[in-house]
Design a protein around this ligand. Structure first.
Ligand SMILES: Nc1ncnc2c1ncn2[C@@H]1O[C@H](COP(=O)(O)OP(=O)(O)OP(=O)(O)O)[C@@H](O)[C@H]1O
Ligand SMILES: [Mg+2]
Length: 145
């Protein structure tokens, strides 16, 4: 069995990464893919103050669940592999670190990420998550443009 970790933030880049993986490995029945999303830890300097002017916002965990499920759903659809070869789940944490931890613990053979993600910034060639993964991985990494 070849274990592939496909990390997704639900962006068009992640969807292209899923399509590339499908084209490369979709026909190989030994390839099993985990589609993995990290709900980023909240980056709010003062959560109490934020709560004061966002009274109608959904509870953070509810919001996170919606984001995670949307990211996973679009990516699994783009991957288009039979359900017995795909599993999906999300965790909460720092995306780069959580992807690397999952890759180590699950003894994956390959990590697949997009070159960029959801961020609108365009100056950097690689996003910070793909860069962290490339930097810290001990297995091959496929970065899809
Ligand atoms: N929260 C996440 N969970 C899982 N995978 C992620 C997450 N964020 C990014 N990735 C993966 O990393 C790839 C690159 O995204 P990254 O976040 O590095 O770029 P960016 O959003 O353009 O820039 P940055 O976030 O550094 O401002 C994505 O296509 C996806 O494969
Ligand atoms: Mg990002």
């Amino acid at each position: 069995m070849t274990k592939v970790l496909l990390a997704t933030d639900g962006s068009a880049h992640s969807v292209r990464a899923a399509q590339a993986l499908r084209a490369l490995a979709g026909k190989d029945p030994s390839v099993h893919v985990t589609v993995f999303h990290v709900v980023p830890l909240p980056d709010i300097p003062n959560p109490a103050a934020a709560g004061a002017y966002l009274p109608a916002a959904p509870a953070p965990d509810t919001y996170a669940e919606v984001q995670a499920s949307r990211a996973l759903t679009v990516t699994v659809a783009a991957l288009g592999l039979p359900p017995d070869r795909v599993r999906q789940y999300h965790v909460i944490g720092v995306p780069g670190e959580a992807i690397l931890a999952e890759a180590r613990q699950g003894k994956y053979d390959l990590i697949v990420v997009g070159r960029r993600g959801l961020s609108p910034l365009r100056e950097l060639f690689l996003g910070s998550v793909s860069q962290a993964v490339l930097h810290g991985a001990s297995c091959p990494v496929l970065i899809v443009p």
